[in-house]
Ligand binder design. Structure first.
Ligand code: PEP
Ligand code: MG
Length: 898
């Protein structure tokens, strides 16, 4: 017969610490603590498999469960020498949730179960404390009514307050037994009124009600949301822990506390925690009374404290990680109620991992495995001051969107890029709010503190550009009604006008009204140590996506080993070194687009050439000795010409042409589906002169730098290739120009020519393309878009439903953020295998946004790519994930050998 329930108590446990998937973290922890001889109250755990069964079978329990639970209650009664509902010496239990991954506060708990009108008398008699017994009873009735029967918490709290004011007392501790007795009766009457039934009497019925409530809370809205946000997937469900109650509120020789084996904020090796005398656990959590620090507890209860300190050492040694423990002292006796791996700040995560490795408690490889990619991300960005009151923060929410780039930003709202530049020029801090952004907006985006768009997903223009700069960005804030004409935006009944302050939380994707205080975390020393350990172990290279010398330098500081993608078109509108020249560049590209003849186009491109060359010189210098992959023009041309009448007129005036010609050209360029239109290398096929200018700029810059003693390794990359013959035309044109320039210069310069793989056809025919291409770089933004047939710019509207377990729940994560390894990944695998079959030394990388996502990087390692190329701020994440992938592989091999 299948076993559903696991017992622990009296020094023995049926479960084990490793069985977290089956018993949940709490259940496994209690079993393990029992096994290693720590003082733990007895109890049993109903496994997560029951939760799984429950939801797969129309919310029914396995047929044998009732019998098994009843048997375990009997066993618990034997061990504790008490009986559930006994009017003389009643057994009281707590019923708590606990899944394999900690979800604090997300699921339900019932305490003091076992009390009814008769057994409460028994409790009063055995503890010789009426007040305590009736307080426990009212807590139970209150919890049962709200948690199990869904009655309003506020309703009951209100009655509690009314009772206290009737008695003229302020603190709960001052309420006499008669007050609690009165309140229990009142609660029960309310219960009957609301449910039409009397309050149940039998503790066994209570137990089943509580078990049902815990299993039910697994699918409660907040729990589902928490799992989505924390990317918790693949769990069977929650377990239910039924544990003998111990009381911290029986007098001044009792108490309850929560502690961490190290400081969870700094990671320092000090015992850290709070203790409340004469209190129950919920009092600590609720924060009603101010607890004392553990150092004070050491003075008040030295013996118990010494025991606790001993438990701290045992637990850290045993679990080899920082623990978060809950304990209760009942009449001078210590009980550990829970231990789990403690949550910590990112800075603490680094310090604890490095310290523990240095203390030889864990290996360096384990230390590397302990860091989550988000820990790194959060180290660099400012955040909204965590000390801020949560309630007032909540009242300031204007809208929520997709958290494209983390960090926080404060500024005055402007609604167009031009204003952003003007205001910033005056020294104002601005937040740029747009329905969406396009290359035209880049100047304004660059000067803004943060960016918000009403549409778009994680690979929309705004998200990609902002990520490159590590600039706080929220996209797809669909509820924002942006009124460009009247310079204001509305959402949720609030209006924010131009010039008013807003604060962005890019990590959570929330826009707040007002200017909130920000704090920037300090980079811990342990960060450098741990990343060095990671670099020593990874085999996958890490490059960066950078379009400017500044970004390139930043990326190098973050540890980039080259550039995997320079998006050249990002330089068409903005001059990052001489901003006043931005306009000139812009006009040159626009003149080229508006030109009717090849000659006129060449003339316009000749104006752009020196700008591009200067940019490349800057980037090559910054990347001295490292490879730089430069991609030729990619977006459809309509993105570079204005669509508003006033701007079209201005352009016509500047170029001294008829505005009608501008309008006509813009109309001509219009495409129903520009993402699948005239873009990528198709542009160079139609306008070879663009390719000629760009290759010339790259090679001339490379020659100039080589002459100056800089080591340049250029890789020229063609985007969106779909066919061998198409690629051949581009490849030949590229080499003709490059070889000619190099020959004339007399310098020795080696360069590569290759392609992005961004279309399923290119991946499928990779074997043919690799006959000519020297390298592949997977552009997984477009490859995801084209494989899935989902627009990267529009899918943000419905994709959240696809990753929401409560809605469609089709994907575990947004496929534009975390690689769809099953579908898109299959094409990548195929492409790499075929490509390398043709050309064994084919260099393979990835430059889509996925290269900054931990799980995706691990997948790239498995595919034996040469490198991943991520935005500068994500480079450390890629370094860490690459090391973790190498370590995981090593462990897997070792496991298989065994
Ligand atoms: C891609 O498609 O993955 C890519 C890197 O190119 P872009 O985002 O510029 O289209
Ligand atoms: Mg692309």
């Amino acid at each position: 017969m299948k076993k559903w329930v696991y017992f622990f108590g009296a020094g023995r446990a049926e479960g084990k610490g490793e069985w977290k998937d089956l018993l949940g973290g709490k259940g496994a922890g209690l079993a393990e603590m029992t096994r290693i001889g720590l003082p733990v109250p007895a109890g049993f755990t109903i496994s997560t498999e029951v939760c799984d069964f429950f939801y797969k079978n129309g919310k029914k329990y396995p047929p044998t469960l009732r019998k098994e639970v009843a048997a375990h209650v009997t066993r618990l009664e034997k061990v504790t020498r008490k009986k559930l509902g006994d009017p003389r010496n009643p057994l009281l239990v707590s019923v708590r949730s606990g899944s394999a991954r900690s979800m604090p506060g997300m699921m339900e708990t019932i305490l003091n179960l076992g009390l009814n009108d008769r057994s409460v008398e028994g409790l009063a008699a055995t503890t010789k404390n009426d007040r305590f017994a009736y307080d426990a009873y009212r807590r139970f009735v209150q919890m049962y009514s709200t948690v199990v029967m869904g009655m309003s918490k506020e309703d009951l709290e209100h009655r509690l307050r009314a009772m206290k004011s009737r008695l003229g007392v302020k603190e709960d501790t001052a309420v006499p037994a008669s007050g609690w007795k009165e309140l229990v009766a009142e609660y029960k009457t309310l219960f009957q009124q609301k449910t039409g039934e009397p309050f149940p009497d039998d503790p066994m019925d209570h137990l089943w009600g509580a078990i049902g409530a815990v299993f039910g809370s697994w699918m409660a809205e907040k729990a589902v949301t928490y799992r989505r946000v924390e990317k918790i997937t693949g769990l069977l469900g929650t377990a239910v822990n039924v544990v003998q109650m111990v009381f911290g509120n029986t007098g001044n020789n009792s108490g309850t506390g929560v502690c961490f084996t190290r400081d969870p904020s700094s990671g320092e090796k000090v015992f850290y925690g709070d203790f409340l005398v004469n209190a129950q656990g919920e009092d600590v959590v609720a924060g009603i009374r101010t607890p004392m620090h553990l150092s004070e507890m050491a003075k008040v209860m030295p013996k118990v404290y010494a025991q606790l300190e001993k438990a701290r050492v045992i637990l850290e040694k045993h679990y080899r990680d920082m623990q978060d423990m809950e304990f209760t002292v009942e009449d001078g006796k210590l009980y550990l109620l829970q231990t789990r791996t403690g949550k910590r700040t990112p800075a603490a995560a680094f310090r604890i991992a490095v310290d523990m490795a240095n203390e030889k408690l864990i290996t360096k490889e384990e230390a590397i495995q302990r860091i989550k990619p988000e820990d790194i991300e959060r180290l660099f960005y400012p955040v909204i001051d965590p000390k801020l009151d949560k309630k007032s923060l909540q009242s300031r929410v204007l809208a929520t969107g997709i958290n494209a780039v983390p960090g926080a930003a404060v500024g005055k709202v402007v609604f167009n890029a031009h204003d952003a530049e003007e205001w910033a020029g005056r020294g104002e801090k601005v937040i740029l709010v747009r329905r969406e952004t396009s290359p035209e907006d880049v100047g304004g985006m660059a000067v803004a503190q943060g960016i918000v768009t009403a549409t778009g997903g994680k690979t929309s223009h705004a998200a990609v550009v902002a990520r490159g700069w590590g600039k706080c960005c929220i996209v797809g804030a669909e509820k924002l009604d942006i009124d460009y004409q009247n310079h204001r935006m509305m959402a949720g009944g609030k209006t924010v006008k131009e010039g008013e302050w807003v604060t962005l939380d890019g990590g959570e994707g929330v826009v707040y009204v007002g200017d909130l205080p920000l704090v920037t975390p300090e980079l811990p020393k342990a960060y450098t140590t741990l990343l060095k350990w990671a670099d020593d172990r990874r085999t996958l290279g890490v490059r960066t996506n950078a379009d400017t010398p500044q970004d390139a330098r930043k990326a190098r500081e973050f540890g980039a080993e080259g550039i995997g993608l320079v998006r050249t078109e990002h330089m068409f509108f903005t001059d990052f070194e001489q901003p006043e020249k931005g306009h000139e560049r812009q006009r040159a590209i626009q003149e080229m687009i508006l030109a009717d003849t090849r000659e006129a186009r060449v003339r316009a491109l000749d104006k752009l050439l020196p700008f591009q060359r200067r940019d490349f010189v800057g980037i090559f210098r910054a990347m001295d000795g490292l490879p730089v992959t430069i991609r030729l023009i990619d977006p459809p041309l309509h993105e570079f010409v204005p669509h508003e009448r006033a701007k079209q007129e201005e352009l016509a005036r500047d170029l001294k042409i008829d505005v009608g010609a501008v309008v006509r050209r813009v109309e001509q360029l219009h495409e129903a589906n520009p993402m699948l239109g005239h873009r990528g290398c198709r542009l160079a096929i139609t306008y070879p002169e663009i390719l000629e200018m760009q290759v010339r700029a790259i090679i001339e810059a490379a020659i100039e730098c080589t002459k100056a003693g800089i080591k340049v390794i250029p890789e020229i990359m063609h985007p969106l290739t779909l066919d061998r013959k198409e690629y051949q035309i581009l490849d030949q044109a590229t080499r003709r120009i490059a070889d000619d320039l190099i020959k004339k210069s007399g310098v020795k310069l080696h360069y590569l020519v290759g392609t992005m793989i961004e279309l399923p056809r290119a991946a499928l025919l990779a074997g043919e393309i690799a006959e000519l291409a020297e390298f592949f770089s997977f552009g997984t933004n477009d490859l995801t878009q084209t494989t899935m047939g989902l627009s990267r710019d529009d899918a943000g509207r419905f994709l959240p439903d696809y990753v929401d377990e409560k809605k469609a729940g089709v994907f575990a994560a947004d496929p534009f953020q975390s690689l769809d390894t099953k579908g898109v990944g299959l094409l990548m695998q195929w492409g790499i295998e075929r490509g390398r079959k043709t050309r064994p030394k084919l260099e393979v990388g990835i430059c889509g946004e996925h290269a900054g996502d931990g799980d995706s990087v691990k997948f790239c390692h498995k595919l034996r790519m040469d490198y991943v190329s991520a935005s500068p701020f994500l480079v450390p994440i890629a370094r860490l994930a690459a090391a973790q992938a190498a370590i995981e592989e090593k462990l897997e091999k070792r496991r298989r050998k065994k």
